[in-house]
Design a protein around this ligand. Structure first.
Ligand SMILES: [Zn+2]
Length: 105
């Protein structure tokens, strides 16, 4: 069914990859139905983060993305850490110091 619509199963994501397996992806058949239909779509309804993005040279969701959670640690030396979105002002319930942002995962 995927081949019918021009999306060729491939375990490597490249031409020549195995078409079956446990961890699969696909590539877009050159001149296939998917590519043709995708290119015919008005730009305003394209979803660049979907598999068609490669045709347009648009970066997809596999690119490293900005951190959305950062580590905060108590500035009062309580050795307490919390994780949250950037830009929070968090106060420690023990020593009432503010938490500081730490660069970490
Ligand atoms: Zn503290």
């Amino acid at each position: 069914m995927m081949c019918d619509v021009g999306l060729i199963p491939s375990d490597t994501g490249e031409e020549g990859g195995k078409q079956t397996g446990q961890r699969m992806t696909h590539y877009i058949e050159k001149g296939g139905r998917f590519e043709t239909a995708f290119k015919a779509m008005p730009e305003t309804i394209r979803l660049p983060w979907t598999s068609g993005g490669a045709l347009l040279g648009i970066k997809g969701p596999k690119e490293p993305k900005a951190k959305n959670k950062i580590k905060y640690t108590c500035a009062g030396g309580c050795d307490v850490n919390v994780w949250g979105k950037p830009g929070l002002r968090i106060a420690c319930g023990e020593c009432e110091e503010l938490f500081e942002e730490i660069e970490a995962d």
